[in-house]
Ligand binder design. Structure first.
Ligand code: PGA
Length: 259
C-alpha cells in the first residue's frame, strides 16, 4: 500500500468524560499492535483534553470533530485551532455532513477551515458526500467534485500529506446502508483523479482518502481492499472498543495482504 491507512472513530455527540476515559484505557493497549495503521479518535470537546492526555505517549491520535477558522474573539460557542493544539490535539474533522446539513456549513466555510487547519499544523479530515436525492438524480459527482474543488482552490502549495479527505455518502451514514465496496472505490477513485488534475500527481498519490458510512466489522475487509481507499471514518461501529479494534485489525490486515 502506497499510503499509510487510517482508521478513525467519530464518536459524534456521545460519551461523558468518564466513559471516554474507560474507552481510551481499553483502546490504548489494543491499538499498540497496529503499527501499520494510524488510529484516531474524534471525541467531543468536553473529553478531548483528557483523551489527548491519556493518548500522549501512545500510537492513538486524539482529534476534535470541529473547530472555527478564527483564532480568538467574539465567536460564542466556538473553539479555535490554537485551543486544539493547546490540549494536545493534532487532527480535526472538517465539514462533516452533519455540520453541513444541520449547522449550515457551506463549501466556503469548509474550505476556510481546511486552510486554517493546515496553516496551524492540524491535520484536517475533510468530509464530502452526496445525499440520496443527489445520487438518485445523477447529481452525485457534481456535488462531490464541487466540494473537493472548493477546498483545493483555497489551498496554496500544500502537499498531499497535509490533509485527508473522507468520502461519506450521506445516505450511508448511520443507516446501515453501506455503499458497495465498488461504489465506494468508484467515487474515491474519481476524487483522486480530480485531485491529480487540480493539484498534481504527487499530491493525488500521497493524499489519503477514507470511506465513511456504516463501516462495520462485517464489511471493513472488503472496503479496505479497494485500491484507492485508505481507511475508514466510523461512527456507530466505533462506539464500542471491541468493534473499533476489529476495524483497526481489518486495516492492519489489508496492509499485510497487499505486501
Ligand atoms: P456511521 O457514521 O459509521 O455511523 O455511518 C460515519 C460518520 O458519520 O462519520
Amino acid at each position: 500500500m502506497a499510503r499509510r491507512p487510517m482508521m478513525a472513530a467519530n464518536w459524534k455527540m456521545n460519551k461523558t468524560v468518564r466513559e471516554a476515559e474507560e474507552y481510551t484505557a481499553a483502546l490504548l493497549p489494543r491499538a499498540a499492535d497496529a503499527d501499520e495503521v494510524d488510529v484516531a479518535v474524534f471525541v467531543p470537546f468536553t473529553c478531548l483534553h483528557e483523551v489527548a492526555r491519556m493518548a500522549e505517549d501512545s500510537a492513538v491520535i486524539a482529534g476534535a470533530q470541529n473547530f472555527y477558522y478564527e483564532d480568538s474573539g467574539a465567536y460564542t460557542g466556538e473553539i479555535s485551532a490554537p485551543m486544539l493544539l493547546d490540549v494536545g490535539t493534532g487532527v480535526v474533522i472538517v465539514g462533516h455532513s452533519e455540520r453541513r446539513e444541520t449547522f449550515g456549513e457551506t463549501d466556503d466555510t469548509v474550505a476556510r477551515k481546511t486552510k486554517r487547519a493546515v496553516e496551524a499544523g492540524l491535520l484536517p479530515i475533510v468530509c464530502v458526500g452526496e445525499t440520496k436525492e443527489e445520487r438518485d438524480s445523477g447529481g452525485m459527482w457534481e456535488k462531490v467534485s464541487g466540494q473537493v474543488g472548493r477546498v483545493i482552490e483555497e489551498l496554496e502549495d500544500v502537499d498531499g500529506e497535509s490533509l485527508v479527505f473522507a468520502y461519506e455518502p450521506i445516505w450511508a451514514i448511520g443507516t446501515g446502508d453501506t455503499a458497495t465496496p465498488e461504489d465506494a472505490q468508484d467515487a474515491i477513485g474519481k476524487i483522486r483523479d480530480l485531485l491529480k488534475e487540480k493539484a498534481g500527481e504527487d499530491f493525488a498519490g500521497t493524499v489519503r482518502i477514507l470511506y465513511g458510512g456504516s463501516v462495520k466489522p462485517e464489511n471493513a475487509a472488503e472496503i479496505m481492499a479497494q485500491r484507492d481507499i485508505d481507511g475508514g471514518l466510523v461512527g456507530g461501529a466505533s462506539l464500542e472498543v471491541e468493534s473499533f479494534v476489529e476495524l483497526i485489525e481489518a486495516a492492519q490486515n489489508a496492509v499485510t495482504q497487499s505486501e
